[in-house]
Design a protein around this ligand. Structure first.
Ligand SMILES: C[S@@+](CC[C@H](N)C(=O)[O-])C[C@H]1O[C@@H](n2cnc3c(N)ncnc32)[C@H](O)[C@@H]1O
Length: 435
């Protein structure tokens, strides 16, 4: 008799997202909504899949070490590993009964890979289910005293080089495990009330709680942000409080003389441009939003639609070959392309995708963009250089090198935000004055 098994669609969907991340370089947060729709998943089922995908990708490093410890042969097909990772997350981090986690994983492998590896899947997951996560970590992670980086890498699921780079930037070894743990937690949903268009009070009345760092921030306790009318109308948006502070650092910097022309050099997809435009409109200034990639410039144009009075234009251009004349602008933002290692909470796969080489390749571009931004600023004007990475080569390394090379600008302030201290992405913000 042939046994027909109905495969659980939530787990199939999670598997399909992992496959898209592995094979197509997809971003999990972008692939998820599409796959959920394809499988007709909503409500609790969609929430289950979302947690399964995000948690599995975040904890992949730890889970792989555990899976490897349970294998009798070292080689494992990537698609079987994906199914095992999903099974391990259910066993060690979700409240799924062992028998359900194991049997659904075996069904998944049978449906998506074939009968061959079902026995192995069953055996590995049974072994994993015999202990809890702390016990497994104690068994598979290097000794903390003799190899603290190696231990943190396995225990907190970050590549070794990322642990080293974050540790160097943080500079407080005792805090590093707390930072790495914060990277593994889902970020809070933070809204921005765009001044002049929406008040913080309106968002509080819609069920939010005032943020503590940005005067425009409101944390949404739950629910779909796009269901908040002000968000749907573009008067408010979803924006990390750290990103809001980047925009306010530029807008609030002291300035003598003219304050009319603002520039956002790297504006796509446009979250900071929209806040800057709202702030500019309140004082009769306008923002020129520039972005190298045309499709991202179109997103900026859509994002600033609600604040037409604060925008002088949205253009597609290369900030290192600027179409504007030197000394044109009063306030300039360079929100530079970066490794994104400060936003690991919201981009679970990026820690596994990024390499030290990416940082090496980004630094010359970051320097070039900052140097041209200083050139675009009038004497006495202000430049904010920001990254959603705390990696020193991308932050103070870039700023110090550019200021030393140019000799016509001074550093006024730097601020490094941290998820575990500030509840924000690890944004770096440098405020620079053109002399
Ligand atoms: C960190 S993102 C900016 C995020 C944006 N400020 C926001 O708040 O939505 C960096 C952007 O810089 C753009 N970029 C990369 N190289 C550039 C260049 N040479 N000139 C202008 N933009 C560039 C990327 O396409 C990317 O959209």
């Amino acid at each position: 008799m042939v046994r027909s098994t109905r495969i659980d669609p939530s787990r199939l969907a999670a598997y399909d997202v992992l496959k898209a991340v592995r094979l197509d370089d997809a971003y999990a947060n972008l692939a998820l909504p599409q796959v959920l729709a394809e499988h007709g998943l909503t409500g609790r089922d969609a929430a289950f899949t979302t947690e399964l995908v995000s948690g599995t990708i975040r904890w992949q490093g730890t889970y792989d070490a555990i899976i490897d410890a349970c294998l009798t042969k070292p080689r494992l097909e990537a698609k079987v590993r994906d199914a095992l990772r999903l099974g391990v997350h259910q066993l060690l981090a979700m409240r799924v009964p062992d028998h359900a986690a194991i049997s659904t994983s075996v069904d998944l492998v049978r449906a998506r890979v074939g009968v061959g590896p079902t026995g192995l899947t069953n055996a590995v997951l049974r072994k994993v289910s015999t202990d809890d996560l702390p016990t497994w970590v104690g068994r598979v992670a290097p000794d903390e005293a003799s190899d603290p980086v190696g231990h943190a890498s396995i225990a907190r699921s970050h590549p070794r080089w990322v642990v080293e780079a974050l540790g160097e930037a943080l500079g407080v070894p005792a805090e590093l495990p707390v930072l790495l743990a914060a990277d593994n937690a889902a970020p809070r949903v933070m809204l921005v009330a765009r001044p002049g268009l929406c008040t913080v009070q309106e968002l509080v009345e819609a069920g939010g709680v005032r943020g503590t760092l940005s005067p425009y921030a409101v944390e949404l306790a739950g629910g779909d942000p796009s269901a908040v009318p002000a968000v749907a109308q573009g008067r408010a948006g979803v924006q990390d409080e750290g990103s809001q502070l980047v925009a306010t650092a530029l807008a609030d910097a002291d300035l003598d003389g003219r304050d009319e022309r603002w520039l956002d050099v790297c504006s796509g997809p446009g979250g900071k441009a929209a806040l800057l435009a709202a702030l500019a409109a309140q004082r009769g200034a306008t923002v020129l939003a520039n972005e190298r990639q045309h499709h991202r410039a179109r997103l900026v144009a859509r994002g600033v639609r609600a604040v037409p009075g604060g925008v002088s234009g949205v253009v597609t251009g290369d900030g290192t070959r600027p179409p504007w004349r030197p000394g044109t602008f009063d306030r300039v933002l360079v929100d530079a392309p970066c490794s994104g290692l400060g936003a690991l909470r919201r981009r679970p796969e990026s820690r596994w995708r990024r390499t030290p080489r990416d940082v090496e390749e980004l630094v010359p571009l970051q320097r070039d963009l900052l140097s041209h931004a200083i050139g675009a600023t009038r004497p006495g004007g202000v430049v904010v250089y920001a990254t959603c990475s705390p990696v020193l080569a991308e932050t103070t390394g870039v700023v110090d090198a550019v200021l030393a090379a140019r000799g016509d600008a001074t550093l006024e302030a730097t601020r490094q935000l941290w998820p575990h201290r500030d509840g924000t992405d690890a944004m770096f913000i440098a405020t620079i004055r053109r002399t």
